[in-house]
Design a protein around this ligand. Structure first.
Ligand code: PGA
Length: 239
């Protein structure tokens, strides 16, 4: 694992956007996947800015979303689909050649099959940009997840259920998540793991310095041949 420690959230976001831009410049037909959530918000905005200023051209590239709350549609407040549309895809003046965004309100088994199909057709992922959950999850690969799965539906952990009101208040109470599997994430040429804030310091230390275990799913990234952790000082404080 390579570690880049940034002064603050803004620098973390810019650093990640620069790496994503370099990926696209090197491989114009890349398959990119970016996590939703608080952590990657600045990053996806910077990425869209770089598209809009003509520094990068996504018109030959593919995009696939990482995960979704089962039951939430791409229009629902707090959904990953809405995040993708509003914060990334809808901001880009030049669209990706194709973008596949999970619909959590559709038949979720069918959504898994179509996610697998899209990644198989255009993949493997060139770049996967991830956040880390308070329990060390990647996407919705929760504690105890099997590392050999592709897209799947998984019960949300108690930690994730505790954290989720920050996205949509008490409006929804999903029990399951749909997620790219660890197998697909590990097959990515490069993985960026973003972490920001002191509340992530402990779990980031476990993921980066602890044992590789499915009890801390992000720890599997220690075995990825090209994983870059981009963390701000607060999140990196315990490394
Ligand atoms: P956050 O989510 O960026 O909103 O903290 C991270 C995650 O759960 O993967």
């Amino acid at each position: 694992m390579k570690l880049i420690i940034c002064e603050n959230y803004e620098e973390m976001s810019r650093t990640a956007a620069r790496i994503a831009a370099e990926t696209l410049l090197r491989k114009p037909d890349a398959l990119l996947s970016f996590a939703g959530g608080e952590t990657p918000l600045g990053f996806v905005h910077r990425f869209a800015d770089m598209v809009n200023s003509g520094q990068i051209d996504p018109s030959r590239a593919y995009y696939v979303s990482l995960d979704e709350w089962a039951g939430l549609s791409r229009e629902d407040e707090g959904s990953c689909g809405l995040f993708n549309q509003k914060e990334l895809l809808g901001r880009m003046r030049i669209p990706f050649l194709q973008a596949h965004v999970i619909n959590g309100a559709a038949d979720i088994e069918e959504e898994c099959r179509s996610l697998d199909g899209f990644i198989a057709a255009h993949g493997p992922l060139t770049l996967s940009v991830l956040g880390i959950g308070m329990n060390g999850h990647l996407g919705f690969n929760e504690e105890g997840v099997r590392f050999d799965l592709n897209a799947h539906v998984i019960p949300l952990s108690e930690t994730t259920k505790r954290v989720m009101p920050k996205y949509f208040g008490e409006k929804f109470h999903p029990e399951y998540g749909i997620s790219q599997g660890i197998r697909q994430i590990m097959a990515a040429e490069t993985v960026l793991l973003l972490a920001s804030g002191e509340h992530k310091a402990n779990i980031l230390r476990e993921a980066v310095r602890g044992d590789v275990t499915n009890q801390v799913p992000a720890s599997i990234l220690q075995t990825h041949p090209s994983c870059v952790v981009v963390a701000d000082k607060a999140a990196a404080a315990m490394l």
